[in-house]
Structures are given as structure tokens and as C-alpha cells.
Design a protein around this ligand. Structure first.
Ligand code: TXA
Ligand code: MG
Length: 350
């Protein structure tokens, strides 16, 4: 199939393009679209065949549920049942925005969309193209991130093209996304609201609305025994082709050990890469050096992280050393993704 890539203006998304994209979804096809976090791969949430197509296009295991994207808060009730007060309180403050809520699903939502679960993930994104597209598509778009399974999530339309060209009908190109890491997922089906995936909306921010909220303690650890709460968490994600090792410690020590390791890698004939802050950047030499932004600027690091991981693949880097960042605020989401990408391989710089 030919994948049509269409540029869409954020200020005034062209109505005819949105109509065309909406019709593709209504007819059971797939359209990738920009959101404020990462690009999504959309299908009709109420059509089991569409969800199956999404899994096939991504090469994603079918027990890993999709997020249902809506464009109006009222539509939450068409997807979920037994909605607690907390969900409305959160929606009021954080929607539209980078927060996904897990709630009991209504019968009408097919299990193909929820990976066999009786709960469903719902999100109302904060992006003009996403919102008008969801409306044009009938209001309920099931979408995972629009990457091939195992690759970093796409933060620009070219990334989607790299992974999914020829497998989907259309890509709506809305330029670079604003945030760069996926939404915060909060599970509201248990006794205590629990963060299953850290994102832009932090535990501290959720605390302003919720009396109690916890973060799943396994988030920053390697694979654990048992069934993970968010099925997606058990798969190795965001992994570059080269081996990525993170260095932790005082900045000067990190830079020194990084340089030693990079020289060793070069001596062994490897193509070496480094992923670091603007502060570390001038202190190390490598075949491919990527500056994610200042250590002080978590939003820059989040925004550039996935593109950087992809660049190492494009440039065939086989050994990568990365810097550990603060886990405060958005840093928690950054470190969660970096640790996963590194397969939890962290070295103390001494
Ligand atoms: O920012 C985002 O959330 C992006 C954009 C496109 O909206 N979407 C996204 O989707 O990241 P995806 O499929 O890549 O990640 C969804 C995560 C997976 O880890 C999945 O296991 C979890 O949400 N999830 C979905 N439904 C769930 C449920 N009912 N219970 C627990 N976890 C669920
Ligand atoms: Mg994903």
C-alpha cells in the first residue's frame, strides 16, 4: 500500500485533509497523527479489525493494549463505566493533556483494543491536529505510539515514515512534537491511584488533585517476576541497535569515565557514540556525539531523547555511553525511558 504523507498546519488544520483522514479511520484503515507527546498510530477504537491492523503494522504483541483517544471529556462515558469522581477531577485539570487514565471498560469497547483486559486506557490529547482528526474520525481513535514495536517512539513524521511506510494509509505531518515522551499513565481501578508510566504530568502534579497517589515501584528497575500492571512495560522498548550503557555519578567523574570507555571502544574497532548534556558535551570525544540540552532543562532532554536514539541507529553506532540525568519532575520519565533503552545497564563512575 502507498502511504500518503500530508503536511497539516497547526493553526488552521485544512478541513478537507482531516475529512479524508477521518474517512480512512471510519472505513477501517490506519492514520498516524501528531499529539503533544509523540506521534500516534490511529484506528477506529470500536472496530476490532482496526485494532488487529494496528498490531500487525507495528509488529506489536496483541496482549499490549492500545490507548483510546477522545476529543471531548463527555465521551469518557462512552468508553468507560463506574467512573470515579477522581477521574473527572483529573480530566478537569489535565485534559486536554499528556495524561492517560485506566478505567473499567464498557462492553462496547472490543477486547482487541484493550489487549484482552476488562479495563481501558483513555486520553484526551492537547494538540489541534489530533483533536480535529479524532472528531473527523468519529470521536474514538485507538492509538499506540506510531513506531515499529521495539523502536523509539516517533517525535516527528519522518520517524513514522521510517518505521511504517507502506503499512498504513496516511501520515498527518504536524512537525515536531512538543514534549517528546509518552503520556503519564495513571491506573484508577485499584484502591490507590497508581502511576504505571511516568510522563510530563508528575506524581507531585497529580497530588494537587488526588488525595493519594502512588508510583509503581518497579518502574525504575529491570524486569521483575510476575505480571506487570501495564502490559507494555514488560517488553524491551526504545532500544537502539548498539549497546547502550549509562554512567552515574558526579558530573566530572562521569565525563572522565565516559572518555575512557569511548577510547577503549575505539581501540576495539567499535563505532562509538555518546549521549549527554550540553555540560558534558565539550569534555568527551566520540564518532557520534549527541547533546540533549542542559542538565537543568529536562524538557529539552525529553524532547530530543528519542530522535537521538534513532540517530545512533542511522549512523550505525555499535557502542553508546549515556549520561544519567536527575529523576526529578519530567526527569523521572526521561530516566524511565533511558533505563529501558539501556536494558538497565548502569555503571557507577568512580
Ligand atoms: O502519549 C501517549 O500516550 C502516546 C500518544 C500517541 O497518545 N501513546 C502511547 O501508546 O504511548 P502506547 O501504546 O505506546 O503505550 C500505551 C501503554 C502501554 O504500555 C500499555 O500497556 C498501557 O499503555 N495500557 C494500555 N491500556 C492499558 C490498560 N487497560 N491497563 C494497563 N495498561 C494499559
Ligand atoms: Mg509505545
Amino acid at each position: 500500500m502507498e502511504t500518503e504523507v500530508i503536511q497539516v498546519s497547526l493553526k488552521e488544520p485544512a478541513q478537507d485533509i482531516l475529512e479524508k483522514a477521518g474517512t480512512i479511520i471510519k472505513e477501517g484503515g490506519l492514520v498516524a497523527f501528531p499529539t503533544e507527546t509523540v506521534y500516534g498510530l490511529g484506528g477506529n477504537a470500536f472496530n476490532p479489525a482496526s485494532s488487529k491492523k494496528i498490531y500487525a503494522a507495528k509488529g506489536r504483541p496483541s496482549d499490549n493494549p492500545l490507548i483510546v483517544h477522545i476529543a471531548k471529556i463527555e465521551d469518557l462515558e462512552k468508553v468507560c463505566r463506574d467512573i470515579p469522581e477522581e477521574a473527572y477531577a483529573l480530566a478537569k485539570v489535565f485534559w486536554p493533556g499528556p495524561l492517560t487514565m485506566i478505567l473499567p471498560k464498557r462492553e462496547e469497547v472490543p477486547v482487541e483494543t484493550t489487549g484482552g483486559l476488562s479495563t481501558v486506557a483513555v486520553r484526551l490529547p492537547d494538540h489541534p491536529v489530533a483533536l480535529s482528526f479524532i472528531e473527523a474520525a468519529g470521536g474514538f481513535v485507538a492509538a499506540p505510539s506510531a513506531n515499529a514495536s521495539g523502536r523509539p517512539s516517533p517525535t516527528k513524521a519522518e520517524h513514522v515514515k521510517e518505521d511504517l511506510e507502506g503499512r498504513i494509509e496516511m501520515i498527518l505531518d504536524g512537525g515536531d512534537v512538543g514534549i517528546g515522551v509518552e503520556s503519564t499513565i495513571v491506573d484508577l481501578t485499584g484502591k490507590v491511584p497508581t502511576i504505571l508510566r511516568p510522563g510530563f504530568v508528575t506524581e507531585e502534579m497529580l497530588h494537587r488533585v488526588l488525595e493519594t497517589v502512588e508510583t509503581d515501584q518497579t518502574l525504575m528497575q529491570g524486569p521483575v517476576a510476575g505480571r506487570p500492571k501495564a502490559p507494555g512495560m514488560k517488553y524491551r522498548h526504545y532500544a537502539p541497535k548498539g549497546s547502550l550503557v549509562l554512567l552515574e555519578g558526579e558530573p566530572e567523574k562521569v565525563a572522565r569515565v565516559m572518555q575512557e570507555k569511548l577510547l577503549q571502544a575505539k581501540a576495539n574497532g567499535s563505532r562509538a557514540g555518546v549521549l549527554c548534556s550540553s555540560e558534558t558535551y565539550p569534555l568527551v570525544e566520540a564518532d557520534v556525539k549527541i547533546d540533549l540540552g542542559s542538565r537543568q532543562d529536562e524538557s529539552s532532554i525529553a524532547k530530543h531523547l528519542y530522535g537521538a536514539l534513532r540517530q545512533f541507529d542511522t549512523e550505525d553506532v555499535s557502542v553508546i555511553y549515556g549520561e544519567c540525568f536527575s529523576k526529578e519532575g519530567l526527569g523521572m520519565a526521561v530516566m524511565n525511558r533511558l533505563l529501558k533503552a539501556a536494558g538497565y545497564s548502569v555503571l557507577a563512575a568512580e
